[in-house]
Design a protein around this ligand. Sequence first.
Ligand code: HEC
Length: 156
Amino acid sequence: MKRLFTITITLVSVGLLSASVGAQTAFYDAEKAVTYRQNALNVMYHNFKTMGDMIKGDVPFESEIFAERANDFAAMTVIPWAGFQVDGAMPGNDTDALPEIWQNWDDFKQNFEKLQSDANNLKQLANAGASRAELGQAVKTTSENCKGCHDNYRAD
Ligand code: HEC
């Protein structure tokens, strides 16, 4: 009991158990939702860019590191989209998201689902030790999702 009490106090002191718990996270607060999705997109980007740099030869190609990045990239392609589904997380001063996203949600969703399936394919190839040429092709295919969605749904 004493231990439970100590845990509760700790949670309260770091703000996790306050009365307005919902309003403080990205899933209930529009502004935080925008930050959340942008942060997730950046983590996704860094993993993807590293693979692209390895394919181009800008950094040494190391298949183990490539596979790690492919795993994390595939995981990250799932994350950002919840940040687009929070009430009020619409275009404002701090976002490049266009209103068309919410007008064409099904199409937007198809775009990120295609990204996820291409990312999973890339991950499988990387973990199966595919050649650099094969991986390069999969990176290229995957990158078309980025451009396609940004052209329609992201401000320049
Ligand atoms: C389903 C649509 C979609 C796909 C697919 C997509 N993006 Fe984006 N991306 C967006 C939107 C919309 C924004 C603007 C988000 C905002 O500012 O709220 C964005 C913003 C970004 C940002 C900037 C985040 C910031 O700090 O403001 C990066 C980096 C990014 N995307 C990388 C990528 C990469 C790399 C890929 C492909 C591997 C990709 N995106 C695929 C829709 C997409």
